[in-house]
Design a protein around this ligand. Sequence first.
Ligand code: AMP
Length: 449
Amino acid sequence: MQTFKDFELNRFLFQAIEDLGFERPTPIQTEAYPVIRSGKNVVGISQTGTGKTIAFMLPLLQDLKFSKDPSPRIIILVPTRELVTQIVEEIEKLTAYMSHRVVGVFGGVNINTQSEKLADGASIVVATPGRLYDLALNRVIKLKSVQKLVIDEVDVMLDLGFRYQLTNLFEILPEKRQNLMFSATMTTEIDELIADFFIAPEHISIAVSGTPLDNINQCAYAIPNFYTKVNLLKLLLKKRELFNKTIVFTASKKMADRLYENLLPDFASRLGVIHSNKSQNNRFDTTKAFDEGKIDILIATDVISRGLDFQEVSHVVNVDTPEFPENYMHRIGRTGRAEKEGNSILLFTEKEEELKLAIEVLMDYSIPVLDELEHLVYSNQKTPEERPRLMATKSHHRNSKKVESGGAFHEKKAKNSKVNLGNSRKASKADKFKKPKTKGDKIQNRRRK
Ligand code: AMP
C-alpha cells in the first residue's frame, strides 16, 4: 500500500498533508498522481467523497513553479457555487506553506467584487464556466498563461446545460494545455465532448467496482419497445406489497417525463420524478417525499440521482439499458444498502442487448432473463426515437463491437431463472469485450483506442 512519502512531495506540500491528518492516499490519489504528472490528458471516473480534489491538486501543485505572472496557470471549472467554495478551501489548506494564491469566482453575484479579488493576481482560479467566460471577455482575467484545465463534475455540468459555456472557454484557452476531467457517471454527451476536445486522454476509474453487491437480486425482461416496457412496469408496480420503494431509472429527462405522464393515471398518489429541468425546490420536495415514504415510486435520471442516499429501496427498475456499464452499477447500488436485500430489474430491447452484454462482462455475471410476465400487453406504439427513420443512430459505446444478438429474443421461452453461460460462451463474450483479467487490464480497456 502506498503512502504519501512515495509521492516524493516537496516539503511544503508534505507538511500540508501532515497538517490535514491524512494517513495514506486514497485509491484515486494513488492512481491519478503519476498519470497527471506525466502531463497526459486524463478522464477520471470517480465520485465525490473519494478524495478526488486532492487527487488532482497534489500532482498539479507539485509541479507548479513560483512565478511573477499574475495570470492563472491552473483553472478548475465546477458546476456550482458551493463546489467553488469547497475546492478553494481545500486548495488553501494544501497551499498553506506555498505562495500560490487561489481565487474562486461564480455567477449570480456582483461581477465587480470578483474582479477586485482577481486584481491582485491568482495562480489558481476555481470558477463556474459562465462567470469565467464573462471575466475573460471583460479582460479582468487573462487566460494566456493557463497550462492546466480541470473540469470537475462534468456530468452535472452538462446536465445543467453548461456545454455552450464550456466550448466557448475552449475557444479562448491556450491550445497547449493539459486537460483533466472528472465525472461520477459517463454519458454519451461526455463521450462526445471528450472526442471533440481532448486528445488521447488516459482513463482512470475508481468509483466503480465490477462486482455487484451480493445482496442484490438481479433479473431482466426482454421487452420490444418503450410502451410495452411501460405496461410491464405498471404490472410490477401494482404488486405494492413487493414494490414498496422503487426507483425507476431512465436515460434522459425526456424519457423520464414521458414515463411519468404514462404512469400518472394509475399511480398519481405514489409517483414522483426528478431531473435537472425540475427546480431545486421541486427536486428537494420530491426526494424528501420519497425518503419519508409519502410517495414510493421515484423516476430519476442517472445524473440527478447522484449523491442521493435512500434507505431501504426495495427495487431499482432500469427502463433503459445504460449505455455505459458503470452507470448500471451506480443504479443498482441504490438498492440492497446496509445489508438489506435489494432487487434490480432490467428492461431491455433487442437493440439494447449488446449493452446488457457489456454490463455482464463488467460484472462477470449473467443477469437472469425471466419469462415474460403474465397479462403483459404488447404495444405497437412507438416513441419518436423508436420510429424507423431515426433508428440509424451511431453507437458511442466504447465496447460497441458487433455482438451476435438475438439471444434472449429468440430463446425467450427456453429459460426461466438463472442463466448459466457455460465457459465457452462466457469466454467468447469476454474475448469480444476484452474482459479484463486484472485491474490493470480493466483500466487499459477503458482507454479510448
Ligand atoms: P472529495 O472526493 O475531494 O470530495 O474528498 C472527500 C473528503 O475526503 C474531503 O473532505 C477530503 O478532505 C478527504 N480526503 C481527501 N483525501 C484524503 C485522504 N488521503 N485521507 C483521508 N481523507 C481524505
